[in-house]
Design a binder for this molecule. Structure first.
Ligand code: IMP
Ligand code: MG
Length: 182
């Protein structure tokens, strides 16, 4: 059966990960987190915008006592394209002595977490781990410790399940990959 391609603006995307493949991996991750963090009352910090769907589906699968909060990081690009990461919505929860798990949609260059993780460290959490839905190892420019990863993917732009192309496509239930141009 021919699977459906999606066109957004000037780009065409082809199906890559199905909804059931994504949810299956998330269930496995939730089971690991359930057993590791049992009794520790961890605090999940999800990074907006891209991780909202991953965070919601993962959090629904957890059975342990846990909290979640959201922060928003944005890449500030001035005229010189410094690409500095700014905090658009900050942490409103005290994380000192808490077990923290950062939830991120995708690690691409690693810049976002490379800049954010030291800020979390400075507030002296009891522990700090990183859980990501997708990881593109070939795009790496900054080292980021990744403790849990659902899918390691090639260095091609992906869309859907929270991830956008110019703001659109986040509502897709599946993950699509940019179609190579012939
Ligand atoms: P970083 O380069 O690891 O800092 O990733 C920055 C952010 O860019 C990620 O959190 C995503 O929101 C976004 N991003 C990176 N790669 C993709 C992609 O393939 N599709 C959609 N968004 C992406
Ligand atoms: Mg993101």
């Amino acid at each position: 059966m021919q699977q459906k391609e999606i066109t957004l603006f000037d780009k065409t995307f082809e199906p890559y990960l199905t909804e059931s493949e994504i949810l299956e991996k998330i269930k496995q991750l939730a089971a690991e987190l359930d057993s590791f963090y049992s009794g520790k009352k961890p605090l999940f910090i999800a990074i907006l915008n891209g991780s909202f769907m991953f965070a919601a589906d993962l959090f629904k699968q957890l059975t342990i006592e846990a909290e979640i909060c959201f922060i928003k990081l944005a890449s500030y690009k001035g005229t010189k394209s410094t690409g500095h990461v700014i905090t658009a919505i900050g942490l409103d929860t005290d994380i000192t002595n808490r077990h923290i798990i950062i939830l991120e949609d995708i690690i691409d260059t690693g810049k976002t977490l490379h800049e954010f993780l030291p800020q979390v460290h400075n507030q002296q959490p009891a522990s700090l781990k990183v859980a990501v839905l997708l990881h593109k190892p070939e795009a790496k420019k900054f080292d980021v410790p990744i403790d849990y990863c659902c899918f390691t993917i090639p260095n091609r732009f992906v869309l859907g399940y929270g991830l956008d192309y110019d703001g659109y496509g986040r509502n897709l239930k599946e993950i699509y990959q940019l179609k190579p141009t012939e």
